[in-house]
Design a protein around this ligand. Sequence first.
Ligand code: SAH
Length: 233
Amino acid sequence: MTIAVVSAMHEELAAVLALMPDERRQLAGGREFWRGHLHGHEVIAVLSRIGKVAAATTATALIERFAVREIVFTGVAGGLRPGVNVGDVVVADSFLQHDLDASPIFPKYEVPLYGTSRFESDVTLTQRLAAAAARALPGVPVHRGLVISGDRFVSTTAEARALQAALPDALAVEMEGAAIAQVCRDYGVPFAAVRTVSDRADDAAHGDFTKFVQDVASAHSAAIVAEFLRATS
Ligand code: SAH
């Protein structure tokens, strides 16, 4: 059964694709799914594109069309909690949509009719991914905890502070994870996500974002995915 590797941006996935010797392109839902092998596993690598809807569509296609057995996301995020610095790695234990607010009918952040605002990642898969990250990137801090998602590139100090005040346990902010977590919960498919911190979601976030993703984050993603698959039986 196939393991899916998902990223939001081309730069994030390019280094992973470069590791696959035999990938073949298959189109579905307007996306390119790259099927091949890595460390003896059947793998599908795919660009979700940026944002929650794009991520949810991708996850649904992976499950319905390709019957993947687990989904791993690799990419970048903005660090929020003090001490979550550029270059660090964040592995999500749970996800929340910080831009979802159906109050007063439902509590702020709660996903209507799910009775919760937080979606857990799969415990075993997450443990394996965090261990792979630690082995692949010795000396790089690996943080575990809440990752928040929304359809906004958070790039002002004011917004980063407001998110920190509202959700003090949030380690990092990105734009896809909580959407995939919700789809995976609906289908009962294990999901785990690892992100390299590309910025601090502040006024400087735009600065060298693209260069960082190309130079550092893509190498992180490839190293982590390779080690994760090497250690997977
Ligand atoms: N300025 C960039 C924006 C890309 S969107 C560009 O034009 O290419 C940012 C992507 O990286 C999303 O996939 C998101 O998941 C992640 N990300 C990194 N830092 C983020 C931040 N500060 N806020 C939200 N998403 C962030």
